[in-house]
Design a protein around this ligand. Sequence first.
Ligand SMILES: Nc1nc2c(ncn2[C@@H]2O[C@H](COP(=O)(O)OP(=O)(O)OP(=O)(O)O)[C@@H](O)[C@H]2O)c(=O)[nH]1
Ligand SMILES: [Mg+2]
Length: 303
Amino acid sequence: MTIKNKKTKCGFVALIGATNSGKSTLLNTILDTKVSITSHKVQTTRNQIRGIKTLSNTQIVFIDTPGIFNPKEKFDKAMVSSAWTAMNDSDCVVFILDAQKGITKTFDNIIRHLKTINTPIALCLNKIDLLKKDDLLKLTSEIIKVAPNLFEEIFMISALKNDGIKSLLDWIVDKMPESPFYFDNNAKTDLPLELHLAEITREKIYQLLHQELPYSIAIKTDSIEYEEKGITIKQTIYTSSENHKSIIIGAGGTKLKSIGTRAREEMSIILGKKVNLFLFVKVKKDWRNTPEFFTDIGLEFKK
Ligand SMILES: Nc1nc2c(ncn2[C@@H]2O[C@H](COP(=O)(O)OP(=O)(O)OP(=O)(O)O)[C@@H](O)[C@H]2O)c(=O)[nH]1
Ligand SMILES: [Mg+2]
């Protein structure tokens, strides 16, 4: 029987969790390709990133979300709010908990929100590669005590080491509603190329710059030009102060060069062509309160 004659299923899964719990890592592992940037720093993902997995007659649209934290500024509030929206709009929710961190204030906050929805929820205890089995079992029983009947299933996984993910996928497939596919069979993401390329550079900045600095930057892809010799990409890195600008550029431009080299290498792999990348650094003090920096990445700007 061909796929055309089969009934198909398709739906949305929201990946929810505290910042740094491993949501984007899990998405990339499931898709077997890098769609969402990751880093050891908190607040890496800033907007909803959709990743698509097609398995014979089921298409799963994963929504990776910004981590939940206690937001103070407008931009941070918009990030967290986009995570809650994804949760409300999905057919099932996967709550990813860093099992090393266990039950925290953020955990309680997430639980409070999860109790308000009627969608099936699975809990993933992630980073089990870093834990002893006894501690994991202790944490599981504590969670069941704190949130009885909230989770349909609890999975123990390592997103990084691709451990325990098959049974999570089976659970998700079971939750997908009957529906035609929303995307092509080969699609991995619907992220516009400009944004995808900007995310790659942002990831390199998270890797190469320390402390609070990555939070002060935003990136825009200004142009992508396809030429015979390769692809020329121009991007601007916006930062909120002159001081940060000089740190990003580094002595004699060395830091910016390293960022550019790493980003260019990854872009060349994705695009399958030689890439010339030009990075410009501009100070825009108030970008975190400027509407276009929200809407460009799909965040809502509230006055
Ligand atoms: N040891 C181990 N590390 C992991 C695992 N999953 C994720 N990590 C690491 O945890 C860090 C955070 O991972 P991310 O995937 O960026 O986390 P996130 O939840 O998307 O974070 P935000 O986007 O900031 O909300 C990275 O350094 C990952 O390599 C895991 O299963 N085991
Ligand atoms: Mg993330």
